[in-house]
Design a protein around this ligand. Structure first.
Ligand code: FES
Ligand code: FES
Length: 158
């Protein structure tokens, strides 16, 4: 039998406590145990950003973090961005600017953009591009994603 560990953390403001296998990643636990499937699984080697979440204020690739390492952490996934069931301004801006095509990269882009705006509410285009550099979009929506972030930052009309 594989070794398991009891861990507890806050996910989107809700306390969660569960037994996890020592080798399971935070991504495994978020998607499979907590059934928060907004966070996507893709490259599994830290290249694409589809699995981006915020852990204790830091943007991380959940595929590169063992679940046991997140014990005690404060975690935000894309499901945590909505406010009282309504889309957050950033999510609405992604729709308004056409930043979503297939949508597979979108949760990771949103989380990275959310973290960027929390740290730097008025980023320049270069700062947005740098802040989202770890998030790939195979549909090539980079221009629209940047526009959405700028719209929320108040740089341009949505
Ligand atoms: S699935 Fe984690 S970075 Fe690609
Ligand atoms: S919208 Fe399809 S990968 Fe980004």
């Amino acid at each position: 039998m594989r070794e398991s560990h009891r861990i507890a953390f806050n996910v989107n403001g809700r306390r969660r406590s569960l037994d996890v296998a020592a080798h399971h990643t935070l991504l495994d636990v978020i998607r499979d145990d907590l059934e928060l499937t907004g966070t996507k699984e893709c490259c599994l080697v830290g290249e694409c950003g589809a699995c981006t979440v915020i852990v204790d204020g830091r943007v991380v690739d959940a595929c590169l973090v063992l679940a046991v390492e997140a014990d005690g952490a404060e975690i935000t996934t894309v499901e945590g961005l909505a406010v009282d069931g309504d889309l957050a301004a950033l999510q609405a801006a992604f729709l308004d600017t056409g930043a979503v095509q297939c949508g597979f990269c979108t949760p990771g882009q949103l989380i990275a953009a959310h973290a960027l705006l929390a740290e730097n509410p008025h980023p320049t285009i270069a700062e947005i591009q740098e802040g989202l550099a770890g998030n790939l979009c195979r549909c090539g929506c980079y221009g629209q994603i940047t526009e959405a972030v700028r719209a929320v930052a108040g740089e341009i009309a949505p």
